[in-house]
Design a protein around this ligand. Structure first.
Ligand code: IMP
Length: 200
């Protein structure tokens, strides 16, 4: 069985491969990414929600890979003291071509500008998948935590080095990928997908 993943984010892709290979026996699941498709062009992510953007990604891939499982994920960090930002703009918070370090630097700066701001935050992952019959499935996961005052740790990607999950003292980037994959928003969203893949 093939599953095609609509992402150009290698951090995400690595996590999906690890999560799916643990949950679904590797020999039955061949994971492919959009980068393997020479004809695939990334659609504009102009939806107004995680769900809308995940659907845009999944539909674009379904158009070139009909008859197989395809999935798109949209995810991001919502900070209470920033009224839910960066949210769906997480990948481009510091500008259209911003790098992860630039986005993190902007986030910390915004928090510094609001010293009393609520540092509570959540990561959100919404997956839209289409099964080989073309039926849409939606899965969602959240991880609650708070924003650290400075960057700590070196694993993962995106905002991992400033996110401390509830009940922990360390950032996700200090806790490491094995720990992150037990608790993350993405791991929770993948649970529903793997259940459906096993049934398929
Ligand atoms: P997307 O690829 O458009 O869904 O953008 C997701 C963005 O949200 C990433 O580029 C990161 O900035 C942020 N993000 C989502 N999930 C995570 C995570 O697990 N760790 C750190 N940052 C994340």
């Amino acid at each position: 069985m093939e599953l095609w993943i609509a992402t150009s984010n290698n951090g995400k892709l690595n996590e999906f491969k690890m999560l799916l290979n643990v949950a679904v026996m590797e020999k039955f699941l061949e994971i492919h990414a959009q980068s393997e498709l020479p004809v695939f062009s990334q659609p504009p992510e102009n939806g107004d929600s995680f769900l809308a953007n995940a659907r845009i990604k999944a539909r674009a891939l379904k158009a070139v890979k009909p008859g197989t499982w395809v999935m798109g994920e949209d995810s991001g960090l919502m900070v209470n003291g920033l009224n839910g930002l960066p949210g769906i703009h997480s990948a481009r918070y510091a500008g259209p071509k911003a790098s992860d370090p630039e986005n993190v630097a902007k986030l910390l700066k915004m928090m510094t500008l609001r010293p009393m701001a609520n540092r509570k935050a959540q990561f959100v992952s919404v997956i839209v998948a289409f099964d080989p019959q073309g039926v849409e499935h939606i899965y969602e996961g959240k991880l609650e935590g708070e924003i650290a005052k400075a960057q700590r740790g070196s694993t993962g990607f995106g905002y991992d080095n400033v996110f401390v999950p509830d009940g922990e003292q360390k950032t996700l980037a200090e806790l490491g990928l094995a720990h992150k994959n037990k608790i993350s928003h993405r791991a929770k969203a993948v649970l529903g997908l793997t259940a459906d893949l096993m049934k398929s």
